[in-house]
Ligand binder design. Structure first.
Ligand code: IMP
Ligand code: MG
Length: 178
C-alpha cells in the first residue's frame, strides 16, 4: 500500500499535535454546554475518534453518512443522506466534524439541513481545508490544516474506498489511479 503513496503531506505526529490543540480550544469554547459531536461518515471517523479524546467535556457522539462522491475524484455536487442522526439536536450545541472541505457543497447542504432542526448553535470542525476548490462559501470554525489542491488519502480519507487506514495524510501516486 505504501508504494502507492507519492508523498506524505501531514505525518502522524503533526496530526496528533494539531488534534490536541483543536480539542483544547473546543473544550474551552463549549465549557458548560450540551455538546453533540456529529461525525460525518466515513471520512471523519479517525479524526473524530482522536478529537473527542482531546475534548475534556461531557459530550455525545452521533453519526451521519452522506455521499457526494462516487468512486471518482471529482464532486458530483449531489448530496444524499445515507444515514441520519439517531438523536434529536433541537436546543443543543452541535459540532459537525468533517474530514475535508473541498468544494463546500457537502457542508453547505449539511448546515442547511441541520439548522432546520433548530440546534442552539452549529459549528464546523474540519481536519483539512482545500480553499482553492471552493464552489460555495462555508464558514469553517475549526480547521486542522489548510492544504493545496491535491487529492489526498489516509486518516479516514479514501480513494475508491481504500487507503482510509493510513495513519497519515498522503498524496496518491499516479499509478494508483489506473
Ligand atoms: P465537498 O462537498 O466537495 O466539499 O467534498 C467533501 C467530501 O469529498 C469530503 O467529505 C470527502 O469525503 C471528499 N473529498 C474531497 N476532497 C477529497 C480528497 O482530496 N481526498 C479524499 N476525499 C476527498
Ligand atoms: Mg469520501
Amino acid at each position: 500500500m505504501l508504494d502507492q503513496v507519492a508523498k506524505i503531506l501531514i505525518d502522524e505526529k503533526k496530526l496528533m499535535n494539531r488534534v490536541q490543540e483543536l480539542g483544547k480550544q473546543i473544550s474551552e469554547d463549549y465549557e458548560g454546554k450540551d455538546l453533540v459531536v456529529i461525525c460525518i461518515l466515513k471520512g471523519a471517523i479517525m479524526f473524530t475518534a482522536d478529537l473527542v479524546k482531546a475534548i475534556s467535556l461531557p459530550l455525545s457522539i452521533d453519526f451521519m453518512a452522506v455521499s457526494s462522491y462516487g468512486s471518482s475524484t471529482k464532486s458530483s455536487g449531489v448530496v444524499r443522506i445515507l444515514k441520519d442522526l439517531d438523536e434529536e439536536i433541537e436546543g443543543r450545541h452541535v459540532l459537525i466534524v468533517e474530514d475535508i472541505v473541498d468544494t463546500g457543497l457537502t457542508l453547505d447542504y449539511l448546515v442547511k439541513n441541520l439548522l432546520s432542526r433548530k440546534p442552539a448553535s452549529l459549528k464546523i470542525c474540519c481536519c483539512l481545508d482545500k480553499p482553492e476548490r471552493r464552489k460555495t462559501p462555508v464558514k469553517v470554525d475549526y480547521v486542522g490544516f489548510i492544504i493545496p489542491d491535491e487529492f489526498v488519502i489516509g486518516y479516514g480519507l479514501d480513494y475508491d474506498e481504500k487507503y482510509r487506514n493510513l495513519p497519515f495524510i498522503g498524496v496518491l501516486s499516479e499509478e494508483a489511479y489506473r
